[in-house]
Design a protein around this ligand. Structure first.
Ligand code: E4P
Length: 220
């Protein structure tokens, strides 16, 4: 499963990329607006930090306008994946852009049948939102599992991107459900590292070492 960072913040992206486990980036209009920079400028900066798929979302709501905006976003950098919402216009735009060879991430997916529509339109990625479903007492991980299963059975090549993840358990469940990609806010990526027994274990190893070897080892 690939890890993407779900942010448009350059500092978070630099810190995440330095860890060596980040394969791409997702943004959405809320995340871009939060940074207050023009979308073209910010997406280009992101592409300079992370060498992988970078999703940039259209804000047009009508198919022809989405296609125009999608072409403009795709022209920013070869790694840009155009993100389009799962509406009738969005699916029409996905089918046009995909036939032109532009890769599309169909977002705001909340059901397996919506995911089938995205795949049929030629989407490169579909983004089911696990956390927002869980907020309504539905089961986001189950949605990811169902989509991954139906894509496997039907031979669809669209990748399943687990979005709206809020906890380490969400990340584990996404991997277990067969998601190809999980997109994580920086805070969640950081949470994946922590376990009290790791910190406690390391503390003890170093204490034992220093009791016998008080000087730090010579640099090689
Ligand atoms: C990513 O592509 C989505 O836009 C994002 O994961 C949504 O997350 P949220 O539900 O926490 O806003």
């Amino acid at each position: 499963m690939k890890f993407f960072l779900d942010t448009a913040n350059l500092e978070e992206l630099r810190r995440g990329a330095a860890l060596g486990v980040i394969d791409g980036v997702t943004t959405n209009p809320s995340l871009i607006a939060k940074e207050g920079r023009p979308v073209e400028e910010r997406i280009l900066e992101i592409c300079g930090i992370v060498d992988g798929d970078v999703s940039a979302e259209v804000v047009a709501v009508e198919a022809d306008r989405m296609v125009e905006e999608g072409r403009r976003l795709a022209a920013i950098h070869r790694n840009v994946v155009v993100k389009v919402p799962l509406t009738q216009d969005g699916i029409r735009a996905t089918s046009i852009l995909s036939r032109e060879g532009i890769r599309v991430n169909v977002t705001l997916c909340f059901s397996p049948v919506q995911a089938i529509l995205a795949a049929k339109a030629g989407a490169y990625i579909v983004s089911p939102f696990a956390g927002r479903l869980d907020d309504l007492a539905a089961n986001g991980s189950e949605l990811i599992r169902s989509i991954a299963e139906v894509y496997r059975i039907q031979g669809f090549r669209t990748q399943v991107l687990a979005a709206s993840l809020r906890s380490p358990l969400h990340v584990f469940e996404a991997a277990r459900a067969g998601a190809h990609i999980a997109t994580l806010p920086f805070k969640l990526l950081d949470m994946l590292f922590h376990h009290p027994l790791t910190s406690k274990g390391l503390e003890k190893f170093l204490k034992d070492w220093r009791e016998v070897f008080p000087e730090p080892p010579a640099a090689v």
